[in-house]
Design a protein around this ligand. Structure first.
Ligand code: ATP
Ligand code: MG
Length: 600
């Protein structure tokens, strides 16, 4: 490819919409253009990168014996109703784009494909002899993200590799899950990415075991907690830890005037309490697909934070399917109550009477009361007195209204907490970009969609399933986030749009043009992905563009052309070598051979 034919438009200024380096660089270097919020055009350079990433993914998936397929993006609502996910994915904060066709049938644009693939499996897989079987595809997915941002990192249309496996038993599922994990590690390594596999929440997809693969980068949206000994790594959404010990409170029961001390911080500052001696009472409202609007009263130890994912999971395990899926979880504000004055926010105690909910339109009349284990374990504590400007000191859990609610793990693990597997280890926080996610789904979808097979004993049972995703377009941008410098992108060779840019320093010099054209042909014949910068620009402009674009190697044909002397520059190290063409090209070919396998 010649730069003169590449439709290359690079920008000198940072695009206003881009907040993180990889987004800025991909726009500036002419890889992507924004079409609408969360919707991007992949320009030819980007498409080359995406094809290279896809090729690596494809090779490794094929290597596991998975079969490539292509499933429809338009999916009938009926399938999602059978799995119970239609309402959760379309109402409230649901992320599925959906529409009604001319026959009045509802359809969704695929955010993921469990339903479609399970319905296919129900049709195709009948006997244990066909198992295990794995299907995968590389395809555009659609998600109406609440906050699309960071370019391809969180977009509304993106490329995903998704794979689905079917098994006769859980042991076989676990074996494929482990093979997929190994294939994922190879994929990310080959793409030149440093990743961390972490325990993850299974989210709305459902299922038991699940791991995410995180590209470590400051711009990551996920918080990952790891132990210093390397034995534990989990997404904060899922992480467990030992909370610091609470400081004991000696005070006898008393009421305290606490005007203007509606926060734990203000309360502790005014009276010298430690936050772990206090009880924080949160009021939330959970809306369910079945229409139920359930007020929640959640007790946490004052020094702890709520983990909304754990609360969401607790709610679904408590109610099963009775209320439908959880649509939203939001703070309950006084305006939603029949008598807004009954709610002394900032001064609540765990014994807040259900009467405050009386006459509130649409709300259940009673709180669902929950406590985190650390709150339940408190001896004496400080908490609100359920009247403005008053707290109680020395209160204890007791009987009646002061009975401790059912305790669950609801707190967010934090950096500095002790680890469960070894209390001498502390959790550390790192930011990560989720590029892949693998799940053991179990039988949730096969049961809902009646995907059954006949086992060795001749009995029918539901299939065991796993699913495995990689965000191909997110991965490509994450590679830039991990590999860039002040001058531009530094692509790992295996996924670079071109391996080498051959620069003609002066396109007016026939000798230079001649040598460059000859090398262009020879290098391509040798299997090198070469970009020839044949523009009539100054050499300096071409060098700058080459650095911005992040092409791993640059071969410059300049004044030395007459004597066959050229310059070879490595983008990552900045190392320059000048010398006769022959040995330099041999050196280049040797280095490329190693780098294509994933070495940097
Ligand atoms: P996230 O938590 O970031 O929203 P997710 O857990 O919902 O992602 P999965 O359903 O696990 O995503 O999808 C598989 C992979 O697809 C993710 O690991 C991620 O790499 C990619 N992905 C998900 N959402 C997006 C998006 N909006 N834009 C780009 N890639 C995405
Ligand atoms: Mg995920």
């Amino acid at each position: 490819m010649r730069v003169s034919r590449l439709l290359l438009v690079t920008l000198r200024e940072d695009p206003a919409e881009a907040e993180i380096p990889s987004h800025r660089l991909l726009v500036r270097a002419g890889y992507i253009r924004r079409v609408a919020s969360g919707i991007y055009a992949y320009l030819p350079l980007m498409w080359r990168v995406l094809r290279k990433v896809s090729a690596i993914v494809r090779e490794e998936m094929d290597g596991t014996g998975a079969l490539e397929t292509l499933l429809p993006q338009l999916q009938p609502a009926e399938l999602w109703e059978r799995s119970g996910r239609w309402a959760g994915y379309t109402a409230g904060e649901g992320i599925m784009f959906h529409l009604v066709d001319r026959q009045d049938r509802s359809l969704g644009l695929g955010p993921t494909h469990e339903e479609v693939v399970t319905a296919l499996a129900a049709d195709l897989l009948r006997s244990y002899r066909q198992l295990p079987a794995t299907l995968y595809q590389i395809q555009t997915k659609f998600r109406d993200e609440i906050r699309p941002r960071f370019g391809l990192m969180r977009s509304r249309e993106f490329i995903m590799k998704d794979a689905y496996s079917f098994h006769a038993n859980p042991a076989d599922l676990a074996a494929t899950y482990n093979e997929m994990e190994a294939a994922y590690r190879r994929i990310f390594k080959r793409c030149g990415l440093q990743t961390l596999a972490v325990e993850a929440d299974s989210g709305a997809i459902g299922g038991s075991a699940s791991k995410e693969f995180m590209v470590t980068a400051d711009a990551g949206e996920d918080l990952v907690l790891t132990s210093g000994d390397g034995l534990y790594a989990a997404n904060q959404e899922r992480a467990e830890s030992l909370a610091p010990e609470a400081q004991p409170l000696e005070a006898d029961l008393a009421e305290l005037a606490t005007p203007g001390q509606a926060s734990i911080e203000a309360l502790c500052a005014a009276h010298g309490f430690h936050p772990s001696q206090t009880l924080k009472v949160l009021l939330l409202l959970a809306r369910f697909a079945g229409g139920r609007a359930q007020p929640l009263l959640v007790c946490l130890r004052g020094d702890q934070q709520l983990n909304e994912v754990k609360l969401t999971n607790t709610l679904s395990s408590l109610q099963g399917e009775a209320w439908g899926s959880l649509l939203t979880l939001e703070p309950l504000d006084a305006g939603q109550l029949g008598d807004p004055k009954g709610l002394p926010l900032g001064y609540l105690g765990p014994d807040l009477d259900d009467a405050v909910l009386a006459g509130s339109p649409g709300l259940e009349p009673k709180f669902l009361r929950l406590a985190d284990h650390t709150a339940a374990a408190l001896g004496r504590f400080v908490c609100g007195a359920n009247q403005p400007d008053r707290h109680r000191v020395g209160l204890e859990w007791g009987a009646g209204p002061l009975a401790c609610p059912q305790a669950h793990d609801l707190r967010a693990a934090q950096a500095g907490d002790r680890c469960c597997h070894d209390p001498s280890q502390e959790l550390r926080a790192t930011r990560g970009i989720e590029v892949g996610h693998i799940f053991q789904l179990g039988r949730k979808y096969s049961e809902a969609l009646s995907a059954r097979f006949t086992n060795e004993q001749g009995q029918e049972e539901a299939l065991w399933m796993g699913c495995y995703g990689i965000g191909v377009s997110r991965l490509a941008q994450a590679a830039v986030e991990q590999h860039h410098d002040g001058a531009g992108i530094v692509w790992p060779v295996a996924i670079a749009p071109f391996e080498l840019v051959l620069v003609i320093a002066s396109a007016q010099e026939p000798l230079q043009v001649e040598l460059a054209e000859r090398l262009y042909g020879e290098l391509r014949a040798a299997g090198v992905d070469v970009l020839l910068d044949d523009r009539a620009e100054r050499a300096g402009v071409k060098f700058k563009d080459a650095e911005l674009l992040g092409i791993p190697w640059r071969l410059v044909v300049g004044r030395g052309a007459a004597t066959g002397v050229v310059e070879l520059v490595e983008r990552a190290s900045g190392e320059k070598q000048e010398g006769p063409v022959g040995p330099l090209v041999s050196h280049l070919l040797e280095r490329l051979q190693l780098q294509r396998l994933g070495g940097l």
